[in-house]
Design a protein around this ligand. Structure first.
Ligand SMILES: [Ca+2]
Ligand SMILES: [Ca+2]
Length: 256
């Protein structure tokens, strides 16, 4: 029932959002207050018992308005105070202020209804997810990482922001977990290709995967480099063991 209510709220808010685009900048002058609404509802089995809980993002105080700036930051946004909740069939397991977790008085998200992209970014078996944090640039945004323990409590997974190449996206598929590594993908103007930086937090090492389309092989392939602090050195997939198969988590937009 809780999930159904969340979905209904999102559907209603989509309508509001479409309306806000129609009235455009007039709403920027007098944005209506937004009362508590669930803006993201994502089923996820946080305690691995085979039964999905629901991870919710709710706006608890704020406004929906169309930010009509002459830049890539323009767009309809939810702005204000938010909570993250984990809900089971028999009640709320946890509820926490996202503003406190992220250390900011006001946050904003792009879309009236979005799904969280889940993964295991550190290989500890606990569910993690990423969430839009701050504006990046026209080609991508900055994200923070969060983790959910078996009891449903949400906490930050580190304090770093990661830039990923998905503009106006609240939770990105360009941040992934694979074999205990954290992979973050964005477009590199220097490389002229999508690059994925792999972070091995346990060993404090990094790998850079430069993903590009090979006309000869007619598919995407990845060149690997290691050792960010000492300069990148080319390595080969078979030397990496855990990355036997060259893999591009992000390619060109629309080819995910
Ligand atoms: Ca469960
Ligand atoms: Ca994890």
């Amino acid at each position: 029932m809780k999930l159904a209510l969340g979905l209904c709220a999102c559907a209603a808010l989509v309508v509001i959002n479409l309306f806000s685009k129609n009235v455009d900048s007039s709403m920027a002058n007098s944005p209506p207050p937004v009362h508590e609404s669930v803006i993201s509802s994502t089923p996820c089995d946080v305690d691995a018992d085979g039964i999905a809980e629901v991870v919710e993002i709710a706006i608890v105080n704020g406004r929906l308005w169309y930010r009509d700036w002459f830049s890539c930051e323009s767009g309809a946004i939810w702005e204000g105070s938010f909570e993250v909740r984990v809900v089971a069939s028999d009640g709320v397991l946890s509820s926490a202020s996202l503003n406190e977790l992220m250390g900011r008085d006001s946050l904003y998200f792009w879309w009236p209804c979005f799904k969280l992209k889940m993964g295991d970014y550190n290989g500890d078996g606990l569910v993690d997810f990423n969430l839009f944090s701050t504006y990046g640039q026209c080609n991508g945004e900055n994200y923070r990482l969060f983790t959910i323990d078996r009891a449903g409590k949400v906490s930050c997974l580190g304090t770093e922001e990661f830039y990923a190449g998905t503009p106006h996206t609240d939770s990105t598929s360009y941040i992934v977990g694979e074999g205990g590594l954290l992979g973050v993908c964005c477009y590199s103007q220097d490389e002229g290709a999508y690059v994925t930086t792999w972070y091995n937090r346990a060993e404090k090492s990094q790998l850079l995967g430069v993903c590009f389309y090979s006309p000869m092989l007619r598919t995407y392939v990845t060149d690997w480099y290691a050792g960010a602090e000492r300069g990148w050195t080319r390595v080969f997939a078979k030397e990496l063991g855990i990355l036997d198969n060259p893999w591009c988590p992000c390619r060109a937009p629309g080819l995910e």
